[in-house]
Design a protein around this ligand. Structure first.
Ligand SMILES: [Cu+2]
Length: 538
């Protein structure tokens, strides 16, 4: 929070000072109120990929490199926590404006100013309300001495938890309720008994009995009202649980053998509640050229991995030729983005039956890739052989702490040990997947962070000067820019935040010498506050 004294120094006149002082006071009260509400509604988890409440984006706002992390609430309405780390000096103002999906900029309120965080240079913070469910674009504007610019960070606002009332608050409210109940009933009794009597005149026997009857009558009416209120609240709660909370869309994944080929077939089933999930499957938009990015992870050892791009057959069906993966039970994660900007990860389980492993003559998509095996590097110096003499090294910060921003940096070396030239793989330098060993966390990462790039492109088009009526694959394609040659020999860096402690596996995919190669690494993430501090080697 910006100290009042600092504001006072900046005020150029008494009038300005009073204005600033008032504003600071209002801001402090606003923050205190928000803190109170936030304490009551603290999110436990939320959906962004799987198990990641924080969405991270790293990119350029005009000339200014920034990293934006947004912790979305798990209830709606809820408070989103926005942190903006500016990776240069000279920034004068940072603002944030959340815009709901299709609403666009028309009628949007003025943006909120992010406050500099005391003791953390170049870090700015704001808490913003997300009032509706759906896809939001958060427009961040950065003003600096070097120029200004903006970035769009797409997020999903979803109700994913039902927060219980804290016990102490329940007891406190019950005591206040009992007190008000007794007060109201006795007030009615007293009014009937002696409100029309002059002071000092005792009430007659009849009035005393009328007063007692009034207390009983008032208690009955209040009791009935409370019963009605309780009934109403049960209805609201049921509606929230059944219709308003986001529920995973049911998906069926089966492996079928046909003419010597194994096919993975995915069917998106109708949601249990029409209001619980998103929407039409006819409005998917391509994410770096593909309608669906599907990942397979073999359970329980995570020792086989595939990144496939199934082809759509009919609105709700997708299929892909399976690469030569070993038999077993696989977790299936399918990332899709809708025209509304809403992105989601569908999950299912698939069983690859035991039998001969056919090598497919042709995959469904030329960008499909897979890896069979576990991480090979030593704990202290994680390195992974990529084939043909190429290796990948992880510059791992020690220790890795949960709930702290981290930069996962990987170097790709050619057979001579020099930095290898990385070719764009689906318009990106690299794709990575982070998964916790128990499956509670799954993230599809890029050097731009954990955002859905397709959602960002949708919002870029919608908030542009001439928003298109339909988002076409050609329009999406026009926004895909392959990284320039100056980036291709540098370490590949992914901004991330491990949501909780535990054992994680990371698959990092790059293309070198015309071939997609996968590096596999293990990470042991410790709890925040048990070392590592803030930053994790950003
Ligand atoms: Cu990717």
């Amino acid at each position: 929070m910006r100290p009042v004294a600092t504001i006072a120094r900046k005020a150029s006149s008494d009038k300005d000072f009073d204005k600033d002082f008032d504003e600071a006071g209002v801001r402090q009260w606003k923050r205190l109120f928000m803190l109170l509400v936030f304490c009551l509604f603290t999110p436990l988890s939320a959906l962004a990929h799987i198990g990641n409440p924080t969405t991270i984006y790293e990119g350029l706002a005009g000339p200014v490199p920034v990293r934006v992390s947004i912790r979305v609430p798990s209830v709606v309405p809820g408070l989103a926590e926005i942190n903006v780390r500016v990776l240069t000096n000279g920034v004068t103002r940072v603002t944030a404006l959340p815009v709901l999906g299709r609403a666009g900029l028309k009628g949007a309120p003025p943006p909120d100013v992010c406050d500099p965080v005391e003791g953390k240079p170049n870090l700015f913070h704001a808490d913003l309300w997300l009032m509706d469910r759906g896809a939001y674009s958060v427009i961040m504007e950065i003003e600096s001495e070097h120029g200004s610019g903006k970035v769009i960070v797409p997020i999903n606002s979803l109700a994913t938890t039902r927060l219980p009332m804290p016990k102490y608050l329940g007891v406190l409210l019950s005591l206040i309720g009992v007190f008000l109940f007794v007060l109201a009933a006795t007030a009615v009794g007293a009014a009937l008994r002696e409100s029309v009597l002059a002071p000092g005149i005792p009430p007659s026997n009849k009035r005393v009995w009328v007063g007692r009857a009034g207390v009983v009558g008032a208690a009955l009416v209040l009791g009935l009202s409370l019963y009605g209120g309780w009934h109403w609240w049960q209805e609201v709660d049921r509606d929230y649980r059944n219709n308003r909370m986001h529920k995973p869309i049911p998906v069926r994944a089966v492996v079928q053998l046909e003419e010597g080929q194994r096919w993975l077939r995915l069917t998106v089933l109708p949601p249990q509640s029409p209001r619980s999930g998103s929407s039409s499957w006819g409005t998917l938009v391509p994410d770096h050229g593909k309608l669906m990015h599907l990942f397979l992870v073999r359970e329980p050892d995570m020792d086989a991995f595939a990144h496939l791009h199934p082809v759509r057959r009919g609105t709700n069906n997708f299929e892909s030729v399976l690469p030569p993966l070993p038999a077993g039970r696989y977790s299936v994660y399918a990332d899709v983005t809708h025209e509304s900007g809403f992105s989601q990860t569908l999950t299912a389980t698939a069983e690859i039956p035991i039998g001969p492993i056919p090598t497919p003559a042709k995959l469904s998509d030329t960008d499909d890739s897979w890896f069979v095996g576990s991480s090979t590097g030593a704990e202290e110096k994680p390195a992974c052989a990529l084939g043909d003499g190429f290796t990948m090294q992880w510059d791992r910060p020690e220790p890795l702490s949960a709930a702290s921003e981290v930069t996962l940096r990987f170097r790709v070396l050619d057979p001579s040990g020099a930095p290898a030239e990385v070719e764009p793989y689906m318009s990106m330098l690299s794709h990575a997947v982070v998964r916790r060993d128990d499956g509670t966390v799954f993230t599809h990462l890029h050097p731009a962070g954990s955002i859905s790039v397709a959602s960002q492109q949708v919002f870029q088009l919608r908030t542009g000067d001439k928003p298109p009526r339909r988002i076409t694959p050609e329009l999406m394609e026009s926004l895909c820019q392959a990284p320039g040659p100056e980036l291709r020999r540098l370490p590949i860096a992914f901004p991330y935040e491990f949501p909780k402690p535990g054992r994680y596996r990371i698959w990092v995919q790059v293309k070198t010498a015309g071939k997609v190669r996968t590096g596999v690494f293990d990470a042991n993430v410790i709890g925040k506050g048990t070392g590592g501090g803030d930053g994790n080697g950003i």
